[in-house]
Design a protein around this ligand. Sequence first.
Ligand code: ZN
Ligand code: ZN
Ligand code: ZN
Ligand code: ZN
Length: 355
Amino acid sequence: MAEVDAKPEAQLGRVVANAIDFLSQALKEFEGAPKYSVIHFYSALELFVKARLLAEHWTLVVSKRQEPDRDKFLKGDFISVTLDEANDRLTRVLQSGLSPIELQQFRAVGQHRNRMVHFFHEAAGGKPSKELLGAIAKEQVTAWYLLHKILKDRWGKEFKKWTKDLDALNVQMKKHRAYLEVIYTHAKPDLKKIVDAGEKLFKCASCDFPAYLVTYRDHEYSEGDCKVCDLRETAFDTKCPKCGSAVRYVDDGWTTCEGCGKDLGPQELDATLDWGSVSVDKDSLMPAHCTFCDGHQSVNDYHDTTICLNCFRRYEEGVHQCDWCGSSYMGKPIEDSYWFGCPGCSGKAGDLGDE
Ligand SMILES: [Zn+2]
Ligand SMILES: [Zn+2]
Ligand SMILES: [Zn+2]
Ligand SMILES: [Zn+2]
């Protein structure tokens, strides 16, 4: 390794370059060697997620099964975090984790990769079938759609330097959509049934096919999925507080207004939503913290829904109160919150530590 580069910070550029390289490799191999395409695609995805951790601090990339050691890290002699570990740190340390939908989609790509590595022989000889290519394309198109959005918005600052490369990959990826035609053809009879039943299908934001069905709606909030590429979205449709343009927040409470370019967050979303005319109940335990994204008082009742404006997690289970600070939170009850605290406090243990 060249000595000038012997700094953990210099690693970031290399990791991102590798991620980009793996992704373009995956696209090149797609038709001729789909097995390697799946493997390289997942490597790229993991590298992008790790790069975000690396942009913060190199120790975050080292698995918790190991003590971080700078020299070993620079030599590449270390166990790196898994996708789930990485997401855990993104959520807890950076408060910039993956949404439930993103995590699920990325995990699916990883599971597919494992199956390919261990059991896949089909594509080894002969031409891969259209169906197989369609299935792989579907997974890659959807995962890339989500990842590209994260890299441009949520982690936009950290990946700004690579905007051109990412946009070029996005253009490449669009060619993949042609392979989804076979899935669209198969889905047509079902799509017809949906339309015949009086439902409306929208153009999917990821694959462009008119196959996106809204499955749940509550005022400005909706959930839906695409019958072709399986993209699932949770979204609030509202207005920009600055210029009044229509704005769609997808999967989390951050977006950019296409009308005026203003960066919008959960506070702007909160301020522009139609909360209805429900009088404020003094005994209400809302707003509550979100244990999924560690959001501070980010969960509120919205018409018939109880939802976190950071991560759009919809809660159906009850609200709990922290035994130490008394504030309310949603999610599974925290064991010994008196000692360990909640998303809003660090508990008795934290207070003792401050003294
Ligand atoms: Zn789609
Ligand atoms: Zn605007
Ligand atoms: Zn949340
Ligand atoms: Zn608390």
